[in-house]
Design a protein around this ligand. Sequence first.
Ligand code: C2E
Ligand code: MG
Ligand code: MG
Ligand code: MG
Length: 292
Amino acid sequence: EAKEMGRNAYCLFDPGMLADVDEQLRLRHDLRLGLERSEFVLHYQPQVDLTHGKTIGMEALIRWNHPGLGMIPPGRFIPIAEKSGLIVPMGDWVIREACGQIAAWQRDGLPKMVVAVNLSALQFQRGNIEETVTRALADAGVDPAWLELELTESILIKDAESVLTTLKRLKSLGLSLSIDDFGTGYSSLAYLKRFKVDKLKIDQSFVRDLMVDDDDASIVRTIIQMAGNLDLKTIAEGVEDKHTLHHLKTMNCDEVQGYYFARPMPADEAATFADSYYWDHAAERDAGRHGQ
Ligand code: C2E
Ligand code: MG
Ligand code: MG
Ligand code: MG
């Protein structure tokens, strides 16, 4: 049969590629069902403020609890969801779920935290992002000030005028905007000012080798200085050790997020963390509390 021959021919070249194609097809098929069956869940990763040592935010990160394959990270299904367009309803679900979580945490009396949600470029092109966000906030009864939207630089350089209009309307609701993976794309200073962004998330690739790579250290320092001049906040992603953390503090980075503090966790664990954890810079320096 032709299909079988095609498969065999493929195998001759690269069996690994066949496995990839098979997996992609399976995931693409299961994705829609998964959305209907509520197999997706949001985990939350704390964002710690370096001035006061408190958890001031949580990034919502989607996971897929697949019935046959277990917990699947977003890197394996977001690209497929983007190709099939399913990222639009999936992204809408993420926004609604995150708003519901903000309301639940505030009802439980937790210290107030901003929840940051990742947006895909397609949600701007195909979805009605403004209506989705407005309705989700209203239905959950949440003050927009507690929602942050994470954009990628690729969103800003696509069809700039219509994106600009949408972002202006979103901002006028009272929420905040950040640029994810900052430094890896092509956005210019002029863009950042025009788009009324509030915060830059310095990409992990620059943070990872901060202590050993002078170029990375200069890039991070430059981003933080530039952000300061433009009145933007900075958060460093991917902070995994104490030394990097302290270096970032001396560079006047505002906030950090990374495995050093916590990995993304289910909502209840994230709440416990936010309620009990306090990073005491001075005590840590004196006693080596974290001992890393
Ligand atoms: P991102 O938005 O840049 O999220 C940060 C990623 O870095 C997360 O991976 C997080 O678990 C990981 N991370 C955090 N701290 C550390 C650290 O100290 N070391 C290392 N090595 N990694 C760290 P995750 O959860 O696998 O998400 C990957 C990407 O998937 C996200 O990157 C984001 O682009 C995308 N994504 C996640 N959730 C959503 C969503 O709801 N919608 C959309 N459109 N994209 C999402
Ligand atoms: Mg993000
Ligand atoms: Mg990032
Ligand atoms: Mg990313």
